[in-house]
Design a protein around this ligand. Structure first.
Ligand SMILES: Cc1ncc(C[n+]2csc(CCOP(=O)(O)OP(=O)(O)O)c2C)c(N)n1
Length: 565
């Protein structure tokens, strides 16, 4: 560029000014200048090796950092490579802005219908319409992403290359979270006043996001006021960590005690939680006669997965605060001297005996099982418990999809909800490694642990180089059953041939070493000494653990999940 500024430069620098300080991507000719402009504007650029990886990294970064993620891709194949990650982000309502160069000439070999691709996976299509509107277009796209949308911003090559005339762009408006209707607050308070065993299930909408803190404090205050037990959907695992009434995850991953207590609830409130078939085990976790309440800031979410008795349109934090104020008989600005429970906590849901039982039994690792390790292969439950003990507790756990996925999700504890990254809304395998990288970039203070199956690990393998290049001291654990275990256990019982879903042994530790990891193969608990050695050493290289796991039968959660297919 000589002399005047291009639109690409103005857009990149403008986005950096708006807050795009970390950008993931793969650079080609069409996004070269805009990416450099972001960097010139102060952003950090993280190069991935595949656009799918870049998009998932940005998604995981956004979930972990609680701010919009930004991705930059080349026109055409750069965008189509990113589509699986975009679908995951859109289904998860991740605030994500994908800058997609676009070849506007319909005969260009790079041309694709960007708006059509966006619509196909539930993303929002935006565009730089002209040089004059470009900066306003980019700001609008960023604002839309901030409202928990996944946005593809098409950057036509001709518009990017045009000269930019300085234009003023209005400052972003301050947006306030929606408050619930007073009648809804009264109705929920009335139900909770009469509840004997209420249970709260907090979902994605209760996590910290778009620059706001999580709803934990307000939900706990309300739960204390009405004696509720606390659980989360899988994506919000860790939200109530440390609370004595925390049941951890509801759904397929729920421990027997958690499932028992949720099923015994007379009132269940989903807070920013869809109460879908995963979280409610196809409705089996809802006891007969239980009153169901759902609180969400998206009217389309209310009652979408199952009928609810009361649907409250409102922000989770605002609604919890308003209902607690109603229960505690307090008005605005009058919150001194709390907490004061409206109920005797010895009643109903919260008794000292129950508190003790939760402390003793609610964790999966406290549930007895028969260790099936046989000297050649390690039981994935024993492996996960050993890793939970070995790895530092300040960690971020990212989990790929597959039969194995319940083991790390339930046996590895996490410090809070930002410490768990579950990119599973699209149920794609191969996203786990990139998720761990994005989360690690957002939280370099925590040890990133990527838990993968061998299928997902090999699908996303190119990003092993990214881990090494970025110098992330990550632990990649491969639950290696030498198969697409989910399919083996799905179809095996029917006697179908399984050759298409089984593979010969692969030395994944050696593959890791080839990329620059320290690689160890684990067949017995004794082999985990190498993990201890790595933990206690300088951690100069990331660690890949190829755990050859037993796979005589499917996991408990998978058997449950198959009922949904
Ligand atoms: C992109 C994609 N392709 C295929 C599938 C279907 N699928 C679901 S689980 C699975 C097997 C995963 O194998 P692995 O990662 O080794 O984990 P395991 O099930 O063996 O524990 C497959 C192929 C999918 N979910 N996503």
């Amino acid at each position: 560029m000589t002399g005047s500024m291009r639109v690409a430069d103005a857009v990149g620098q403008g986005l950096a000014k708006l807050g795009a300080d970390t950008v993931f991507g793969v650079v080609g000719s069409g996004n070269f200048h805009v990416t450099n402009a972001l960097i010139a504007g102060g952003a950090r650029f993280v190069a991935a090796r595949h656009e799918g990886g870049a998009t998932v990294m940005a998604d995981a970064w956004a979930r972990t950092a609680g701010r919009p993620g930004v991705v930059s891709v080349h026109q055409g194949p750069g965008l189509t490579n990113a589509m699986t990650g975009i679908a995951e982000a859109a289904k998860s309502r991740t605030p994500l802005l994908l800058l997609a160069a676009e070849a506007p000439e319909i005969r260009s070999n790079f041309h694709v219908d960007v708006a059509g691709l966006a619509a196909a996976v539930g993303a929002v299509a935006e565009r730089l319409y002209s040089p004059a509107s470009a900066l306003a277009d980019a700001h609008r796209a960023y604002q839309t992403a901030l409202g928990r949308r996944t946005v593809i911003l098409a950057l036509p090559l001709n518009v990017q290359a045009a000269a930019f005339d300085t234009a003023t762009v209005p400052a972003a408006p301050r947006v306030y979270p929606p408050a619930p209707a007073p009648e809804a607050v009264t109705a929920v308070a009335a139900v909770l006043r009469g509840a004997a065993r209420p249970v709260f299930i907090a979902g994605r909408g209760a996590r910290g996001q778009a620059g706001r803190a999580s709803a934990r404090a307000e939900l706990e205050r309300l739960a204390d006021a009405c004696g509720a037990l606390l659980a989360t959907s899988a994506v919000a695992k860790g939200l109530f960590r440390g609370n004595p009434w925390n049941l951890d995850v509801s759904g397929g991953f729920a421990s027997p005690l958690a499932a028992e207590l949720i099923t015994g609830a007379d009132v269940i409130i989903g807070w920013g939680c869809s109460l879908n078939m995963w979280t409610m085990r196809h409705g089996k976790l809802i006891g007969p006669g239980a009153t169901l309440i759902q609180v969400d800031d998206d009217p389309g979410a209310l009652g979408a997965h199952r009928p609810v008795h009361i649907g409250v349109l409102g922000d989770v934090t605002e609604t919890a605060r308003a209902v607690a104020d109603a229960l505690l008989g307090r008005g605005e600005g009058d919150r001194e001297g709390e907490p004061r429970s409206v109920r005797n906590k010895e009643d109903g849901g919260r008794s000292p005996a129950l508190r003790e039982r939760i402390a003793r039994e609610v964790r999966w690792r406290d549930v007895r099982f028969t260790d099936e390790s046989d000297g050649q292969r390690i039981d994935p439950r024993a492996l996960s418990i050993a890793l939970d003990d070995l790895l530092p507790t300040e960690r971020t756990v990212a989990v790929d999809s597959g039969n194995f996925m319940g083991y790390p999700s339930m046996y590895l504890s996490v410090p809070d909800e930002a410490g768990f990254c579950f990119t599973q809304a699209f149920q794609s395998i191969g996203l786990g490694l990139a998720s761990a990288i994005g989360a690690a970039v957002a939280r370099p203070d925590r040890l990133a642990v990527a838990a993968l199956g061998d299928g997902g690990a090999l699908m996303g393998v190119s990003e092993l180089e990214t881990v090494v290049r970025l110098g992330i001291p990550m632990v990649v654990v491969v639950y290696d059953d030498e198969a697409y275990g989910a399919e083996v256990h799905h179809f095996g019982p029917d006697g179908d041939p399984l050759d298409t879903v089984r593979f010969p042994p692969a030395d994944i530790a050696a593959i890791g070493r080839g990329f620059g990891f320290e690689g160890v193969t684990v067949r017995t608990p004794g082999d985990l000494g190498a993990v201890r050695g790595w933990r206690d050493g300088p951690r100069e290289r990331p660690l890949l653990v190829d755990a050859k796991v037993t796979s005589a039968h499917g996991s408990w959660w998978l058997e449950e999940a198959f009922r949904g297919h």
